[in-house]
Each structure stands twice: as C-alpha cells, then as structure tokens.
Design a binder for this molecule. Structure first.
Ligand SMILES: Cc1cc2nc3c(=O)[nH]c(=O)nc-3n(C[C@H](O)[C@H](O)[C@H](O)COP(=O)(O)OP(=O)(O)OC[C@H]3O[C@@H](n4cnc5c(N)ncnc54)[C@H](O)[C@@H]3O)c2cc1C
Length: 394
C-alpha cells in the first residue's frame, strides 16, 4: 500500500531516502529550508573510500561503509538511467603515499587489515609508483594501493538524484524557511511539521535527514540529538589546460592525477572537468561555513610536497561545508522508540556520500516495517546517547 512519506532535509541522505521510498511506490515530499544539495553534500569531494577512511577495525560502521560501496555502481546506474544525468562514478583506486621510510610500517599494518577484509590491496614500490602516478613527488618511497575505492562528482550526483526524484514524482519543497516540529501532533494526527513557506506538511511517516541541523528535532524525537557541525575547508586546482586536446589526461604531457591520493595531511582527487580537488580541514567553527586563510593554507602548503608540479600554483576555487558529526563517529539511523512513524538518518560525518545507498536501504526497510538486524539496531540507534548518558560530552 502506498504511504505518504515526508523527508526533512534535501542533502544526499534525504534525497537517497526519498529516491528509495519513491521507487517503492510511496508518495514522497522533501522539505528543504534552503536549496537542495546546498550544504555538506554539495561541498564533498565525493570519495568512496571505506578502507582508507576507517581505522583498522572491522566494526559495524566499517561494515556499513563497505556494504554501501558494494551497492554503489548499481545504485548510481539506476539514478543515471532515471535522471538522464551523469554522476561521474570513477573507479580510480586510491594510493596512500609514504613520503619517508618511517611512514612504511603503518602502511604495512593497514595492508594486512585491508586484505583481510577483501580490499585486494597491495604495497607498491617507488618504480611502479612512478609509472602509476607520474606526477607524484619522485622521493615518495611507497604507497598502499587500494584498487576497489572510487569517487563520484558529489554535486553532479546530488543533481542526478534530485532529477531522478522529480521523475519519480517526488515533491521537492525548497526554500521552506524555518521548520517547526512539535512532539505530539494535535489530536493524535499523523506526524507533521509547520513550515514558514508551505504551511503544514504531514504524512504517514517523517524521516529526519537534516545533517548538522538534526539536533533541531530533539523535541519531536523526545531525546537529545547530539549531532554537531565540523567544518571542512577544501580547494581545487584547475588542471584543465594541461592537455592539448582538452580531454583531461589524454596527452603525454597532461597534468593528470589518475588515482585518489592520500597523505597524512591532505588528499587529492581529480574530476573529469580537470579540477584537482584537495581537502580538507576539520575545524569546529559552529555553523560558520566560511573559508579561512589558515584552513586553506595547510592544503596549499602540502600540495607541492606531494605534487611538485603544483609548486607556486594557487587553487582556482575554495569552499567549505559542515559535516554532521556525532560523539562516537557513527550516524544515527533508525526509528524513534515507540514511534515507528518518525525516523532519523543523520550524523554521517566524513562518509555521507559513500553511505547514501546503504542508509537509504536501511530506511527503506524500516519504512516497510522490517526490523534492522541487531548490530545495526544497537550501533546506529538514534537514542543511544540519551541511553548512555553521554550527551554533551563532546
Ligand atoms: C569538505 C568536505 C568533504 C567531504 N568529502 C566527502 C567524501 O569525499 N566522501 C564522503 O562520503 N563524504 C564526504 N563528506 C561528508 C559528506 O558531505 C556528508 O557526510 C554528507 O553530505 C551528509 O549529508 P546530509 O544529507 O546528512 O547533510 P547535508 O548535505 O548537510 O544536508 C542536510 C540538509 O538539511 C537541511 N536542513 C537544515 N536545517 C533543517 C531543518 N531544520 N529541517 C530540515 N532540513 C534542514 C540543510 O539545509 C541541508 O540541505 C565531505 C564533507 C565536507 C564538508
């Protein structure tokens, strides 16, 4: 039976959940106070790198990331098919570079861990490294190569998801302004929010996907939601002029970075339009999403240490976004206890682009009334901080 689902927040997580529910035949409305994709999701580097981004433990979060990576290609091709737009999913693989002998030992430990979990990773010595990534600093001693990691163009993925949602009949209410959500609907009615621009918007279920702003729904949920913003400042170098044909990477002399490259201080990932994205700071600045000289300075200082051909080159673009962080680094995905019609999917911190498909799958099964398996139910329970008494501990 078709239900009406209201998704609160139009970032990657809200759009992914809306897409999933619309595919299942539900009537979906997305309520977004500003512009769809206008916050963290539009600022992201788009890396899908669960092995590189996670610590060396096979916990529930890592397994969720891996599950999402495995869903990605099929998910993106469905979105592209419905929207007619390209998200630029690129199977680039990643290189975590050791610039000094002392960096080698931690890479070896990571290699053993990545292999245990199916990464097909290998340690690459200096000769092969130069062939694989010719623009890298010639002094780099080795790199951990993880071929299964990939990336998308995050703003293009968001645009494709938005278009796919529209094609499936999802109502997108942008520029909704302030949104109020009382805990108990009047007279036991279905859950609803009151918006400045569209008045009351309600449905059979609400899904809160408000990223770093999810805490605003504490009253609706009946417990605190300790999601806080961590600013990520990021920049891009314009390498589009590096090839005579204009096709990035096609000429022998082209300035092309083939893999996602990680060092201890920054990462680099090249997009198809020739922009080499370099990120990202992690600073606590409240809800201030502006760029600072200090935040970008670290990235521009590190870039020539890894890519000497960029010495003296200034980034063509700088921007920032607010990652939705939680105290334990894991997202909140689940229903409010006792209120199965109110769900949360927020707090994806550094991995929200990667986690779109797995989160949507979890939310989709919750909307169908299915119970999550025990590990997910406990690891991502939205009320876990209230139960543990750790709210305010960040
Ligand atoms: C610089 C940077 C680089 C990143 N790189 C990567 C990467 O390479 N790979 C990766 O996987 N992740 C990356 N991330 C993280 C990723 O961007 C986030 O985890 C992800 O975008 C979170 O998605 P979201 O939909 O929860 O949040 P958002 O995209 O922030 O969306 C939340 C939406 O909720 C809206 N909203 C605000 N208040 C309310 C309200 N009261 N009610 C309803 N809606 C509201 C906002 O306007 C916003 O549109 C990066 C982040 C940054 C900042």
């Amino acid at each position: 039976m078709s239900r009406s689902i209201v998704v609160l927040g139009g970032g990657i997580i809200g759009l992914s959940c809306a897409f999933e529910a619309a595919l299942a035949g539900d009537a979906v409305t997305v309520v977004e106070p500003g512009r769809v994709g206008g916050q963290a999701s539009g600022a992201a580097a788009g890396m899908l790198a669960p092995f590189t981004e996670n610590g060396e433990q096979p916990d529930a979060f890592f397994r969720l990331c891996l599950n999402s990576l495995r869903r990605y290609a099929e998910w993106v091709s469905r979105i592209e098919e419905i929207s007619g737009l390209c998200a630029e999913l690129t199977a680039a693989g990643s290189l975590t570079v050791a610039l000094h002998e002392a960096d080698l030992q931690p890479l070896q430990a990571r290699l053993a861990w990545q292999r245990r979990f199916g990464a097909n990773a290998e340690l690459v010595g200096p000769g092969r490294l130069r062939e694989m990534e010719p623009r890298l600093h010639p002094g780099a001693v080795a790199a951990l190569y993880c071929p299964g990691e990939s990336h998308v163009h995050a703003p293009k993925l968001v645009a494709a998801l938005e278009a796919a949602c529209r094609r499936l009949g999802v109502r997108l209410l942008e520029h909704a302004g302030s949104i109020a959500a009382p805990r108990d609907p009047v007279g036991g009615a279905a859950p609803a929010v009151e918006t400045a621009a569209y008045g009351r918007v309600g449905g059979d279920a609400l899904v809160v996907c408000a990223g770093a702003w999810a805490g605003a729904y504490a009253e609706l949920c009946g417990f605190p939601i300790p999601v806080h913003p961590i600013r990520g400042q990021i920049c891009a170098f314009d390498l589009s002029g590096g090839s005579e044909t204009g096709a990035v990477g096609s000429g022998a002399d082209s300035e092309f970075v083939r893999h996602m490259v990680f060092s201890s201080q920054a990462y680099w990932v090249q997009k198809r339009d020739g922009r080499l994205v370099c990120g990202a700071s992690e600073d606590a600045a409240g809800y201030d999403a502006s760029v600072t000289a200090r935040g970008i300075g670290r990235l521009t200082r590190w870039t020539p240490r890894v890519f000497p051909f960029l010495d003296g080159r200034a980034p063509a673009m700088t921007w920032a976004g607010l990652r939705p962080a939680t105290v334990d680094g894991r997202p909140l995905i689940g229903a409010v206890p006792g209120r199965p019609e109110v769900l949360l999917a927020a707090g994806h911190y550094r991995n929200g682009i990667l986690l779109g498909p797995a989160t949507a799958a979890m939310v989709g099964s919750l909307l169908r009334g299915e119970q999550p398996h025990l590990e997910a139910a406990t690891s991502f329970a939205p009320d876990r901080f209230a139960r543990l008494g750790t709210v305010g501990g960040r």
